[in-house]
Design a protein around this ligand. Sequence first.
Ligand SMILES: Nc1ncnc2c1ncn2[C@@H]1O[C@H](COP(=O)(O)OP(=O)(O)OP(=O)(O)O)[C@@H](O)[C@H]1O
Length: 411
Amino acid sequence: MKYHRVTAHSFWWLKWCCSLYMFLMVIFLTAYVVTRNISFAIALAVMLLILVMFFTVVRHTNFYKAGKISCLIQKHIEENQLYETAFRGRKRVYTFYPQTDWCMDTASNTLHIRFRLSGNQINLRGLETGLADRLEKVCLNIYEKRGYIEYLFELEQEKALVISSKADIPGDSGETTVYLSPSLIWNYRKIPHFLIVGSTGSGKTTFTRFIISSLLKCGVRVLYLDVKRDVEMEQFCHGNIAITYAYEPKQISEEISLITEELQSRTVDISNMEQQGIDGNTDFNFNPVCVICDEIILMKLVFPDKLYKETLGKINAIIVSGRSKNIYAGLISQSGLAEYFGNSGIRGNIGLKVALGQMSAGEYSMIFGTEYADVKNLRYGEIGSGLIMRTGLDSRPREFVAPYIKNHALD
Ligand SMILES: Nc1ncnc2c1ncn2[C@@H]1O[C@H](COP(=O)(O)OP(=O)(O)OP(=O)(O)O)[C@@H](O)[C@H]1O
């Protein structure tokens, strides 16, 4: 990868050329206004045409893109005063300017920006949010090595998968992978359980239907607990024999009890197999099951208190100990689930976290952790867009756009 250096004086020649060009245009304009000589007007028109043609052609070249990135980084350094200056006589000179390099890696779709840590007063850590806003790119990772701090950004915004029919859902039977976007996969065995949060209309239900369809393709049996009884979801679930749909408290309680019994019996099976000398880390090949609970907080209002606590306890048991028994849980909610998570370690056990739409700092910190309170969805306004984080795979929340599901594609 070839790194480009950003210096305090990068592009001085470009600034001079632009100023000169503008100056000439003003001269021609003034000359035309004063003399009314048509040749000045023609010269002005030609200059304008050249300018437009230049930008139309150059805008799409790598030269322009590279220049823009350098300019933006340079601007960021200047506006945040990440340098030191001193006066030599009447002239102000830079006594420190951070050694800054960047490069694009098209293969991994990343932009790397690195600063040399020089040990002076200027703090070059914690620049990710400011740089992300300026570059309009999501920060994927930050790491320090050999005296440098390097920020990794997503180079190009990813296009969403388009699903026109069930056949378009990527993946095969027996796989444990759900293809969330062209570059994002979710292995539910390695990164167990999921959480989808988003305000009303952000695309939770549509995205959940895609996840369910993908899980079914992998051969996972689904239990959908829907306290609010979404008519569309009910129809979708009834159209498939591998999905059990429950909405009444009694029915939800019975179904979840069956799953926890299954969890217990698989626990016994594992311990029996281990006693027979089979390695505890072996994949025991239990049939995969996923319990998806829509609006878990709503249960508190709808269920009698005792039943609510029991159901909650059972879902928590799946989250904490379901992975090795091939039993998974999915939670969908409109809020960051502050009340549900409380001080428990439940959130830490959920592998895939998705926040659709734009959320508040408090909600982001509840979903992803307090250190990510200030993340933003830069694609806000785009249907199904949000942020995603896969435990153990992503070092911080990253941009995400859910597959675009055409009308009746998953029916
Ligand atoms: N991924 C998507 N592909 C295509 N259309 C979508 C997608 N996500 C959302 N939509 C559109 O936005 C509408 C609202 O989405 P959806 O019902 O999934 O939101 P929601 O967050 O579940 O809302 P609520 O909480 O009110 O149920 C859908 O009817 C659909 O038209």
